[in-house]
Design a protein around this ligand. Sequence first.
Ligand code: PLP
Ligand code: ZN
Length: 429
Amino acid sequence: MNYSCTAYELKCNECGKRFGNQPLSACPDCLAPLEVAYDLEAARGVFTREAIAAGPPSIWRYAALLPIPAGHQPDLPVGFTPLIKANNLGKRIGATNLYIKNDAVCFPTLSFKDRVVSVALANAQRFGFETVGCSSTGNLANSVAAQAARLGIKACILVPAELEAAKILNTQVYGARLVRIDGNYDHVNRLCSQIADEYNWGFVNVNLRPYYAEGSKTVGYEIAEKLGWRLPDNVVVPMAGGSLIRKIRKAFQELIYLGLVEEKPVRFFGAQATGCSPISQAVKLGNDFIEPQRPNTIARSLAIGNPADGPAASQMIRATGGWAEDVSDVELVSGMQELAETEGIFTETAGGVTTAVTARLYAQGRISPDELTVACITGNGLKTTDALAGHYPEERAVRPRLADFDAYLRELDGAAEPELAAIGGIHAN
Ligand SMILES: *Cc1c(COP(=O)(O)O)cnc(C)c1O
Ligand SMILES: [Zn+2]
């Protein structure tokens, strides 16, 4: 496999100035975020359905449109996660053509962040950083720690103090240095910018952010390829910083431009938790700016009160004719349970948000039942088991005898359906 890339460099979204390739995230002149711009014409002969099909079953099959350094040999099979038809969930929420993109099983750390980190770390190596890091709401920390360990790079990771225990352990186990900051994500992120300058470290979502963000495009490529090189009518995407949802759109536009899919309008729907919903608020109010919020939700992976890509995400969602919704913590927990009970997918709180928002969009009539819709599940429920604490009874132990088991079952059924049990006269006691 030849991982040759199309020529690319950093470009300012606002003034169009170009910066070559360097660890830089904002334009020094107008402070706008930088984005990776490709020579798309040169990609025509390389980024084809055939060449992609001949590639490995990982995000590296799309390497021709990823910003990885020439000669880079990625070895981790990241991404290429299942896209499944969700008929059971669909029945419950009134959808007949609903798919789940399941990044709860992304390799290696069970969230879509593995995609962005593998692209960012390739660039960290190329720029010669000896230490990498990130400001994280949890999943990014896990992925940077794991992939840095594999590459033999030192990692220093900063997280808000109030993070799920599983996500903290899931960072420490890889040998990364973890620093809990007494503040929320926005405090952590500001501090990371200062540290990156002071220590000359490569922060994947700070000074390496333009490269990092491109990794999210692979979700869009995979959706289109797994639909048989078609675009869906709608996508529903959870939003933290607002990067993933924009990059899925960028991926679709590249595929249209290069002729891999037929052009069609795709509407983008954003999902947030009400306790941290600056982007969905902006969409509902028709704003291109963000009113920062102080996060207060158990969907910690989405808890960014002042999202870097929020203004652009709000603008893009409305331009596609989409919408954004937000759900309460109670609703998102129900969403987690509903997805698990119907499709056998255990997602984390962020996936509960996506599931509950998707249900609401059908209920509101914003998405019609037969439209081809993809809901993006981005993380794994084993990392946020705290969210379900107290939702299931702690069962007492039963003696290993058939009679005890019989009695126990009757007791359970009796508890669940007291009327039926009474009628049948089989009340266990
Ligand atoms: C980070 C994250 C997101 C959102 O990512 P952005 O690109 O910052 O909007 C969604 N889901 C999960 C599980 C995440 O960890
Ligand atoms: Zn500029």
